[in-house]
Design a protein around this ligand. Structure first.
Ligand code: RAM
Length: 360
């Protein structure tokens, strides 16, 4: 899509977002393309009753990417509130680190053995999680992915934070604006196998190829959503690419770690930094001029909507089939599109003008 020329003539990213979102209503929302011909489980008709009540006494198990994460703590808080408000039990099993895919598989197996009614997971890897999730589905456990998807045949619904195409474009725009849409950029990502980051990077590359020919990605590093590794990888990118003009970090952990280093390094003011971060993490670095703008959605809302999807699935109100809507109390009505994807809405862009309005 040729959008760079149009976007450069506008002043605010809000205007850009409105423009783009209006024209991309039908794009996919970050769900990876199935790499086989399996029929998605959510496309298989199952008997549902849209008038059924939400059951009480269910057990909903959340599996975030990692235990020690401000982002997943917020998402878990939203999930717990939704589940307990509706009279059910919230449990969470988290691997120690985001690089620990086997820890996520173990968490899924443990929740399965426990006999939970639904599993809500941010999948760290498509391939590693699918077999375990398929077994859970075969047991009659409903599976919702949130934040990071697996294959459609391995879950019922994916609650996506935003359209992946829009996120790819916003990242390119945020960094492009700051470097005059010209020069070398790099990406500091999270886990190498993380479906969400890999999908956004793919869309970033598409955008660059399509309308930003004078910007070039010269390096992609993976900090595994570990602060120390992210910082080290950021320093490596800076050292290996002396002409680097900017870095995009589409992970809250990577962006914070990079900003922390940049704020006290000689690169401050020379290399632009943006990406996805929480306002509370990023406030000091916006205030001290290290970071101009970055974006995110409300992680707590993401957790709430994912929990409501799980409750509706486990109550037999919906099956994940396209068109079968569910009500997320406090947020609204969501209708899965093709492949069972539900999109939360538009991400927010934060900067010095609005950051103090947000507290998460
Ligand atoms: C990190 C995780 C998460 C991602 C956010 C933006 O917290 O990698 O999956 O959505 O960053």
């Amino acid at each position: 899509m040729q959008r760079a020329g149009v976007s450069r003539s506008l002043t605010g990213l809000a205007a850009l977002l409105a423009l783009v979102l209006g024209s991309t209503a039908c794009d996919d929302a970050g769900s990876p393309a199935p790499d086989n011909e399996d029929r998605p489980s959510n496309a298989v008709a199952s008997s549902t009753d849209p008038k059924a009540d939400i059951k009480k006494g269910l057990t909903i198990g959340f599996v975030p990417k990692q235990a020690d994460s401000a982002y997943f703590a917020l998402a878990g808080r939203g999930g717990r509130k939704a589940v307990t408000d509706m009279g059910s039990t919230f449990v969470e099993k988290a691997p120690e680190s985001a690089a620990d895919t086997s820890g996520q598989v173990a968490a899924v197996n443990a929740l399965r053995a426990q006999g939970v009614d639904a599993i809500v997971i941010s999948a760290q890897s498509t391939d590693a999680l699918c077999p375990a999730l398929k077994k859970a589905l075969a047991d009659g456990i409903k599976v919702v992915t949130y934040d990071s998807d697996t294959r459609p045949e391995c879950r019922n619904i994916f609650v996506s934070q935003a359209s992946a195409q829009d996120l790819g474009w916003i990242e390119v725009e945020l960094i492009g604006k700051q470097i005059g849409y010209r020069g070398e950029i790099a990406v500091l990502s999270g886990g190498r196998s993380a479906t969400n980051q890999n999908t956004w990077i793919r869309y970033m590359k598409n955008e660059l190829a399509d309308g930003y020919q004078e910007m070039k990605i010269v390096g992609i590093a993976y900090g595994d959503d570990d602060p120390a590794k992210s910082r080290a990888e950021f320093r490596r990118l800076l050292a290996e690419h002396p002409d680097l003009k900017g870095v995009v970090s589409p992970t809250t952990v990577g962006l914070k770690a990079a900003a922390d280093y940049l704020s006290v390094s000689p690169y401050k003011g020379k290399v632009a930094l943006t990406g996805l971060g929480t306002p509370n993490d990023m406030r000091p670095y916006v205030k001290n001029g290290t970071v101009e703008q970055f974006a995110l959605w409300d992680p707590s809302e993401l957790g709430e909507v994912a929990a409501h999807a799980a409750l509706s699935l486990a109550s037999g109100k919906i099956s994940g089939k396209a068109g079968q809507g569910f009500w997320a109390v406090g947020t609204g009505w969501f209708i899965p599109a093709e492949n069972g994807v539900v999109t939360l809405g538009e991400p927010t862009v934060f900067d010095a003008k609005n950051i103090d309005v947000y507290d998460f």
